[in-house]
Design a binder for this molecule. Structure first.
Ligand code: PLP
Ligand code: SF4
Length: 329
């Protein structure tokens, strides 16, 4: 394999300049509905693999709109906060969030392969609050001390930007805690960088004694091309439970037919829809919000179109609540 084919090389080769992406897509920035902004705080980033699924010449492409920075991000809108879901209050140790009974979430890294403009953690202080190697044993000790914790969730950032060696070590340390039964990975890599699902990673996930659940994040059926489909199939053939979460996004997927297509496409790859999240009100994301009445109408549309097992649960997250809050039965 040449270096340029490794997932690490592809990750390093991601677009970091929106103008370069627009040029490759044959889109004149003046044809965009809004001016694009140059960003330093939450930089522009998108893998070439994901960008290749965008429609050339279409300024309204639903994949493009997830990653293009807009001047709207600078507006201060009441109700939108830097810590929209109370993550900071749930931190027990750097990198360890404990909000819900029985499961803890590890901020394994601050890095992602793509920067989704609507991200609820776009303002998260990763520098201080990610799992730092030198303090990792303290976090693991906290998990060990609380036998009610049966599930550990790797989140971030995106845990699959970590190397296979790092993941192997971390998973072994978790598996050494007898009360932990399940390992969950929250990752967008199978979608935005499907080459990441390499045989070594699949082997790591298969050889642990923990039950593994991989929760991917796709918002539109155009995201699932053949390569993604194959990566998902490879995971599901290994007995890994595959679930998907979607964020309901204005102008991107706020339509029952689109979301219904997404559910079908996911299921072809062995993935069941899990959550349909109403937008977490993070500062800089207000322009993606879908009104609640419209969200409910879309949801009713999904219920009437799909078999029950292909309907995700529509939820919102509220600071301090004991779970994500379902919006309709
Ligand atoms: C969403 C979330 C979880 C997982 O919740 P589930 O309803 O089990 O998917 C766990 N910990 C934190 C901090 C979360 O935000
Ligand atoms: S991949 Fe997930 S964590 Fe990373 S920017 Fe997108 S939504 Fe945020």
């Amino acid at each position: 394999m040449t270096m340029s084919n490794t997932w690490q090389a592809q990750l390093a080769d991601a677009y970091i300049d929106p103008l370069a992406l627009l040029k490759d897509l044959g889109i004149n920035p003046n044809d965009l509905p809004e001016k694009i902004a140059s960003r330093t705080g939450f930089a522009f980033k998108v893998t070439r693999s994901f960008a290749a699924r965008m429609k050339p010449g279409d300024p309204l492409d639903p994949l493009l709109r997830q990653v293009l920075p807009s001047l709207e991000e600078d507006k201060i809108v009441p109700g939108f906060h830097r810590d929209p879901v109370g993550d900071l209050e749930a931190i027990e140790e750097p990198g360890l969030l404990h909000k819900y009974q029985g499961r803890v979430l590890l901020i394994t890294t601050g890095a992602c392969a793509i920067h989704c403009r609507y991200c609820f953690r776009r303002n998260f202080p990763y520098q201080e609050q990610q799992l730092a190697k030198r303090r990792e044993s303290i976090s693991l000790e906290r998990i060990k001390e609380d036998p009610s914790i049966s599930e550990v969730i790797f989140s971030g950032g995106d845990p699959l930007v970590l190397s296979n060696d790092r993941l192997r070590t971390l998973i072994a340390a978790i598996a050494a805690i007898p009360s932990v039964e399940r390992l969950r990975l929250h990752t967008r890599l199978p979608i935005v960088l499907p080459s990441r699902i390499d045989p070594e990673l699949r082997d790591i996930l298969q050889s642990t004694r923990l039950k593994v659940i991989v929760v991917i994040h796709a918002n539109h059926s155009n995201e699932i091309n053949d390569e993604v489909h194959q990566a998902l199939e490879a995971l599901s053939l290994q007995g890994i439970t595959l679930l998907n979460q979607t964020v309901l996004l204005k102008g991107i997927n706020d339509d029952a037919d689109l979301l219904s297509d997404l559910s079908h496409r996911l299921f072809e790859g062995g993935v069941l829809p899990y959550y349909l999240h109403l937008l977490d009100r993070a500062q800089g994301t207000h322009h993606f919000e879908v009104e609640e009445a419209k969200a409910k109408a879309i949801y009713e549309g999904l219920l009437s179109r799909l078999p029950g097992y292909l309907v995700p649960k529509m939820v919102r997250e509220e600071k301090g609540a004991p779970s994500k809050i379902p919006l309709l039965g």
